[in-house]
Design a protein around this ligand. Structure first.
Ligand code: FMN
Length: 161
């Protein structure tokens, strides 16, 4: 059975809500096993054992969270040349932007020669102050994250990627 790994970090719950939604979407595809790990608990072995990858991060200072970067720092060399061509995508939770985190995650994963099979989701908090953790997530973004999980899991299950 193909395996989808969801790795994320969240400090104030936004990215976690997206990760939960993505895992619900993925779990609807019974032919794919879905594993969800916080970045601090994820290892190179988890990535090597996965057929596809979904990464989730807040945008912090225009970049990915330090904890997701730490995951890459720990896993990169062990996975280099061993995950080539495997599908991935990204979800970002942001105060007002999110593009910097998305771009920088892509830069690292492109270095691993994985294939981005979905443009990903950027969820910007609404009703709060820019750059703060305030505001709430738009239900449409949660739905998009759920769809993203389902898309990755279905693509793995049906051999589309
Ligand atoms: C230290 C810090 C830096 C942040 N920097 C940015 C930023 O550069 N761009 C942005 O859009 N939001 C920024 N934010 C807002 C967070 O991305 C936003 O609150 C996000 O929802 C946090 O995700 P989480 O709830 O999963 O922790 C920042 C928040 C913190 C705490």
């Amino acid at each position: 059975m193909p395996r989808l790994l969801i790795v994320y970090h969240s400090q104030t719950g936004g990215t976690e809500a997206l990760a939960t939604a993505a895992s619900v979407g993925a779990a609807a595809i019974a032919q794919t096993e879905t594993i969800v790990k916080r970045a601090a608990d994820a290892s190179a072995g988890d990535l090597l054992a996965a057929d596809g990858l979904l990464l989730g991060t807040p945008e912090n200072f225009g970049y990915m969270s330090g904890m997701l970067k730490d995951f890459f720092d720990r896993a990169y060399y062990a996975c280099e040349n061993k995950v080539t061509g495997r599908p991935y995508s990204v979800f970002v939770c942001a105060g007002n932007d999110g593009t910097g985190a998305m771009r920088e995650v892509d830069r690292i994963v492109t270095g691993l020669r994985m294939r981005k099979v979905h443009p990903g989701v950027i969820a910007r908090r609404v009703g709060g102050m820019a750059g703060s953790s305030r505001g709430h997530l738009d239900p449409a973004d949660i739905a998009q994250a759920q769809e993203l999980g389902g898309t990755l899991a279905a693509g793995l299950a049906y051999g589309i990627f």
